[in-house]
Write a protein that binds this ligand. Sequence first.
Ligand SMILES: [Zn+2]
Length: 309
Amino acid sequence: MGISTVENFTVIVLPDTQHYSQDFPNIFNNQTEWIADKIQDLNIVFVTHEGDIIQFDLLEQWENANHSLSVLDDKIPWGILPGNHDLDLLGKTSGRFDLFFGVDRFNSESWYGGGYNGSNANNYEFFSGGQDDYLIFHLQYNPSLDVLVWADGIISDYPERKVIITTHSFLDYDGNRTATGERIWNNLVKPNSNQVFLVLCGHNHDTLRRSDIVEDNIIHQLLADYQDEPNGGNGWLRILRFSPKEDKIYISTYSPYVDSYKVDSDNQFVLDFDMNKDPISYSIPSEIIFGIVLCLIIVTVIFFLTRKN
Ligand SMILES: [Zn+2]
């Protein structure tokens, strides 16, 4: 193939769907059907849900959400987490999250990493795009310190992967991190600043972003939650278009329900992100090294076989 032309690829973000599951299931269907339809065109490699899947812990709302999300099954890798609306008052899953979106549902998928402590409330997946391999976490609303320690260990297991963290509450209305966000930042993001480049969250009804630099690494943090818009959010979703050639991520906000883009600067913007571009420059040295080692072994063997005392 010669010099590689690294393809663009896309990650889709589904902000809080609670009102769709409650009152507007067709809008949720519009979103996932549009995603399934665009997998080839946009080279979609992953779909991530920011939590608050349902509004109230009623079976019908879970069934609505399940119906919409099942459209993605066997078509595209995806991940999900419980927001505060998907948890009980003690912050635990009611059981229905794991009933519909538990480890068993994902375990046979090659891209699924696993869940923490037998539940899928905190989980991780793998995907590749361009010339890079990625690890993405879905961490429940207000994850415990034990969960963050677990996730930190997983990142250590995959030192070559670039890391995205999707969690429910991370950025606050004032642009600062929430108390939960600050805990995730200090215990998981900051110590892994050489790998974590993106944190995605919902929960607060706003669109905000901030980028912090830690030891020369830019870490982008994006809040998107449209639940206060008409029809429970009007179907807005985020399209993250990665361009390895340009080292840019183009973020746009689109709704298949209203078939329109939001073009203001809070919803359409560009982020810097350093990606690999030329696999050839990586593959040749390893072959040369292998060749040199092989030659040295042969020369050594010949030397000892022909040596006369
Ligand atoms: Zn929430």
